[in-house]
Design a protein around this ligand. Structure first.
Ligand SMILES: Nc1nc2c(ncn2[C@@H]2O[C@H](COP(=O)(O)OP(=O)(O)OP(=O)(O)O)[C@@H](O)[C@H]2O)c(=O)[nH]1
Ligand SMILES: [Mg+2]
Length: 362
């Protein structure tokens, strides 16, 4: 398992070295949220008991089962009983990969290289082709995971700004991420800069209450940049290690809303030099290929430093992970595999391939 964050110049924090104990935050303000919001959030399953790595891996495997069925099980069924690789088999393989959202470019690269190897008589056995497929997928996944861990500044709080289109899972990911930091002994502060959607502030406050983290907020309709400015002001003389800022969902094609993000970012930089240190784009894995254009546009606007890919548990189209790694140079830092607070995983390419191809302990 890779470490998932480190302080500049310090050792990586190992996820599995961290005790499962939740360290109470120094802030103990309690917030009251309306009943319907409490119900909506509390309907979600609570923290799972599972802590060992074997259990965590089998849960990952189980959550990726729809994607595994759409890629690996279909490939197995296609290859079953086949002795040779012919044009028809390659065409069907191409269709499977496209349907699983690996993307046209990725699929063509995979299938063309297989076709060439067959023509050169270097490849004839379908099982060997499956191995090659796995190696190539693994290669694509490794292409962007070099800087997967978060790097926190040596001094002052680590400021994370979370952005993305509507409903992708930003607020939920923030709750899960804040919980990870709290478990690692960090003092976390959440900032409700989604002042656009009614109930967005309450949603974040409920997360804050669940995980024992203070939330700075203002009323719906307030200027998000002002909320952020005041929050950073508030944090100035407190012992805060991590500040995570929630922002309103916005379509990447809406220029004025994208400009607003630039402003929020600028305000952070004025208050804390180099902030935000991390701009995390949340992408819904069920979105399909539109995810790539979302990432490109957000990146052009605010320079995305990392990706969180959510809802991989609910989709057969998890092949998008492969395409994102191939098409973008932005590392996938986290994957969301469910609605529970501990369903945010560090993205580990090797583990992902193992889970996808259903290998290892069950
Ligand atoms: N199955 C599953 N559901 C998820 C995951 N992440 C988030 N969700 C669900 O997706 C829905 C939307 O999540 P939010 O966190 O409110 O999304 P958001 O991006 O903050 O939405 P807006 O603020 O309205 O733009 C909720 O029902 C979440 O429980 C995940 O990894 N898996
Ligand atoms: Mg939200």
């Amino acid at each position: 398992m890779l470490g998932w964050f480190k302080k500049k110049g310090k050792k990586t924090i190992q996820d599995d070295a961290v005790e499962e104990q939740v360290i109470q935050n120094e802030f103990d303000d309690k917030v009251e949220a309306p009943d319907e919001i409490v119900d909506a959030v509390e309907d979600k399953p609570q923290v799972s008991e599972e802590t060992n790595n074997g259990g965590l891996f089998s849960r990952l495997k189980e959550r990726l089962s729809k994607t595994r069925d759409s890629i690996v099980s279909r490939v197995d069924a296609l290859f079953l009983g086949k002795k040779v690789i012919d044009a028809e088999l390659l065409d069907e393989l191409e269709e499977i990969l496209i349907t699983a959202d690996l993307g046209v470019g990725t699929t063509q690269e995979l299938v063309e290289s297989a076709r060439e190897q067959v023509e050169r008589h270097e490849l004839s056995d379908p099982q060997a082709l499956k191995r090659i497929l796995k190696e190539k997928i693994s290669g694509f996944l490794h292409s962007s995971d070099q800087q997967a861990e978060l790097v926190m500044p040596e001094e002052g709080p680590f400021v994370v700004m979370v952005v993305g289109v509507n409903g992708v899972g930003k607020t939920t990911t923030i709750g899960k991420l804040a919980h990870k930091f709290v478990k690692s002994g960090q003092n976390v502060l959440l900032v409700a800069a989604d002042t656009f959607r009614a109930a967005a502030v309450e949603q974040l406050k409920i997360w804050g209450e669940r995980i024992g983290v203070h939330v700075v907020s203002q009323q719906t309709g307030a200027d998000p940049s002002a909320v952020v400015f005041d929050a950073l002001d508030y944090a100035e003389n407190k012992d805060v290690d991590v500040i995570i800022v929630d922002t309103a969902g916005r379509l990447h094609t809406k220029v004025n809303l994208m400009e607003e993000l630039k402003k929020i970012k600028r305000v952070m930089g004025k208050k804390i030099p180099d902030a935000p240190h991390e701009i995390l784009l949340v992408i819904d894995a069920t979105t399909g290929q539109n995810a790539i254009s979302q990432a490109r546009t957000f990146n052009e606007t605010v320079d995305i430093t990392g990706l969180a890919l959510t809802k991989l548990d609910g989709t057969a189209k998890g092949g998008i992970v492969v395409n994102i790694c191939r098409e973008l140079t932005i590392p996938i830092r986290f994957i969301g595999i469910g609605e529970q607070v501990d369903d945010l995983r560090d993205f580990d390419a090797d583990e992902f391939v193992k889970a996808l191809f259903a290998e290892g302990e069950s």
